[in-house]
Write a protein that binds this ligand. Sequence first.
Ligand code: FE
Ligand code: FE
Ligand code: MG
Length: 163
Amino acid sequence: MGTKGREIVGVDLQELLKLLNKALADEWLAYYQYWTGAKVAKGRMRGIVASELEEHANEELEHANQLVERILQLGGTPILEPKEWYNQTNCKYEVPSNPNTKVLVKQNIDGEQCAIEVYKSLLEFIGDKDPITSNMVLDILSDEVEHEEDLEAILEDLETPVK
Ligand code: FE
Ligand code: FE
Ligand code: MG
């Protein structure tokens, strides 16, 4: 990023980069949790659940992409080693060891709720001091809100008794 572009960032840059890297760790773990969940899913509404999880996986990967682009633009270094994902994550990784669709959906709802908290507090941290990052975070947050909504709708269907 150019001199002026960096100059207008009014937050503590090291702290911002740390928070963006933590979010990056979350996104990779969310990606893998969705991606692998889509593969192993079994039980009611398997096809619908698997395709929703797969779609969300792709969107989490796109979030990771957005975060890395901004980290680099700010002169930072994105996490280079996967083992750091576990060290830096806010939202942890919920192992999809039970392939039941309802269990998977619930685990991913937890993940989305955590992500919503993370991006909301990142927005608060930035305030009006870095509109570019703020705009990106808001975009990602909107997706996470939509993810939670989609999964809660699926859970509602899964919990509707078969007549
Ligand atoms: Fe995400
Ligand atoms: Fe999400
Ligand atoms: Mg969706």
